[in-house]
Design a protein around this ligand. Sequence first.
Ligand code: ZN
Length: 329
Amino acid sequence: MIKVIVNNIFLILLAGLIIPFSCSNHGGNLRLSTGEGHDTTISNLPSDTGESQNGSDFILWQLPCVIKNVHMSYVFKINNGQVAVLDGGWGADAKLIRDKLVALGDTVDAWFVSHPHEDHMGALNAVLEDPEGIRIKHIYYSRLTDDQIQAENHTISGQNNADSAFEYYHTLDTSSVLKTNFRQPGAIITLGQTHFKILSVSNPEIITNVYNNSSMAIRVWDDKKSFVFLGDLGIEGGDKLLNSPYKDDLNCDYLQMAHHGNHGVGSSFYRRLKFSACLWPTPEWLWNNNVGGGYNTGPYSTVLLRNFLRDTMGVTRNYVQWQGVSEIR
Ligand SMILES: [Zn+2]
C-alpha cells in the first residue's frame, strides 16, 4: 500500500481534523468505542476484556491507525485467555497494540503476518526489537524470496520497501520466538475452539504487485461466526485463490476488503463470494477517495467498491478503521 502513502503524505499532516462520531448499532454483535471514535489514544480502547457473547469463542478488535494512514491491525481474544494478532500496523502503531496486549495479559500465542509491507509488519518489528514485556509465543508467516523482495527495491518518502523487508526478516531470524514459514496453504492453527486456516501463501510466480499478491489470506472461525482476511491481495493473487481448493473457505460472515478496499482483488472476486459484512482497514481519505479535492475526486477505487457492495451485493454493514475501534463478539 506504499503507493497510496506517497500521494497522501500531506493529508497525514492535516489529520488533526476530528469529526464527531456516534456509536452505531450494526446488528447486535458489534460495539464501537463510543463518542470519540476517531481518537486513537489508549484510553479509548475498549477496557472490557471479558467473555465473548452468544456462545462465541472469541472477540475480534479492528484497531485504528495512529498516523491515520492505511494499515492492518487485528487482535483476537479467545475465551480460554489466549490471544492472537494479525499484522499490527506500522512501527508508529506499536504503542497502541502493545497497550492493548498488556490489557489482555502480555502474551501473544499466535502472531500472523500477511506480508512484509511496513503498514502490516512494522509494529511487530518494533515489538520484536524492544518487547517491553510483551511475550510472543509463535509467529506465522509466508516468507518472500530475495528476488521477490528485490522486486520492490524502490524508495518512497525516504523509505525503501526492500530494505524494510530485509530488516524485518533479519529481526525475525535473530529473534528467539518460534516461527512457522508456510510454503503451502491449508494449515489450521487452533486456539481454544477458534480456528485459523491459511488459505494462501507467498506466490513467487506472480511478478506484478509482488508483495501484495503474496499476502497470506486467513480464515478465522468458531461455531458462531467467521472471518476471512485477504491482506493486500491483488487481482492475480485473488484469481489464484479463487481457483484453489480453498475457494469455499472464502464464504464468511465478515470479509476484510483486500488492499484496504483500493485496487485489491476487484469486484469480480467479491461477486463470487457470500458474506454479510465488510472490514475496512482504511483511513478516512481513502474511504472517501478524497485527497483534498472533495468526496470521490481522488484516484482510488474505494467508493466504487462501496457502491458495488451496496448496490450489487446488498452488503451494507461496514466496520471502518478510521471510525475507531471495532469490537465484534
Ligand atoms: Zn501491502
